[in-house]
Design a protein around this ligand. Sequence first.
Ligand SMILES: Cc1cc2nc3c(=O)[nH]c(=O)nc-3n(C[C@H](O)[C@H](O)[C@H](O)COP(=O)(O)O)c2cc1C
Length: 363
Amino acid sequence: MANLKTMLCGRELDSPFVLGSGPCGWDAEALAACAKAGCGAVVTKSITISGAVNTTRHMISNGNMSLLNNEGGSDMPMTRWRDYEIKRAKDLGVKTLIASVYGYGGLEETLEVASMAEETGADMIELVNGYTEAADLVELLTAVKKTIKIPIIAKVNGNWKDTEIIARACDEAGADGITAIDSIGPTYRVNIATGRPLIGGNGYGYMTGAPILPIALRYVHDIAINTDKDLIGLGGVTNAEAALEMLMAGATAVGVCTAAIVKGPGVFTELTEKLSALMDQYGYPDIPSVSGLTLRKGGLEEKKPADFGFDAEKCTRCGRCVTACAYRARSLDGQGGMHVDPEQCRVCGLCFGLCPRKAIYIR
Ligand SMILES: Cc1cc2nc3c(=O)[nH]c(=O)nc-3n(C[C@H](O)[C@H](O)[C@H](O)COP(=O)(O)O)c2cc1C
């Protein structure tokens, strides 16, 4: 059995899965349910002094394990986290609790919330600021680092112009870890029955879940190239395969938010079991052996049409590979064979990726 332990800012986590800040971390019981189901660490909903007031319909389904949301931070005031929720979550067995601190209120508020979290027993802080621009994240981090002793993780956002440069600046400013990324947007959907926007407020929603996986992977990869700090890869992980990709792209831990909302805390048990089985299948003994593997391996090797293999036993003759070949390079014959015209084939790779049975493979 693969060993799923990983290190996050000096603490050993039993599993690489980290609950991302969101509704599943809205209170102590919710945090504890995720920890019990197999999260190595849990992040609270983002805390502010007065608590957020949300519009109605601030979280809608975008299909395909995806959501759009314009939810603010925690709707409970900081005093509730101070007097009850953080201690209660620890009492309920949460081993590693990361308090998410919203920097939107400016330096004074950020310092007050961060100090509260440290004094109340949070193990780490995740500092988050700015959906569409990084604003003063690096300045806030520098100031908070001067007064707070527990590790501070900077959360960066894929909507910014220079996300990986800001991640690097956070690293240089003393961040103990980085989380990448946050929701992507703004986006917009319309209710065709009413002609009105689907989501409340100004109709803008930020997209999360499966469709943002490639965006998150790209940032995690680019950030991992430039930092040795622990990196929580967050965005679009809804199954064990995606979690393994996230680790290989450079993450040392894997954040999950949307899948936990849609499927409930039990998703962490499923993800942990399936990741372990997947690593066994590919022969990876532990998290360090997969974390950053893609960075160590480098790019793809060049291939020729003859490098595509075909397994007639697996092929159901669905013809998807033939239809999708814009270059008319593929054809199926009546005897169960598959032919590739090497003059027409550009080795684009689409037929290999589309085949539902993996009957086409690369040698
Ligand atoms: C409904 C909802 C609320 C969220 N609230 C917060 C929040 O309060 N603070 C924060 O840093 N991120 C928040 N996020 C962003 C998530 O932590 C995460 O970065 C994002 O959803 C991408 O991960 P995923 O694809 O696994 O959902 C929220 C996401 C969702 C879906």
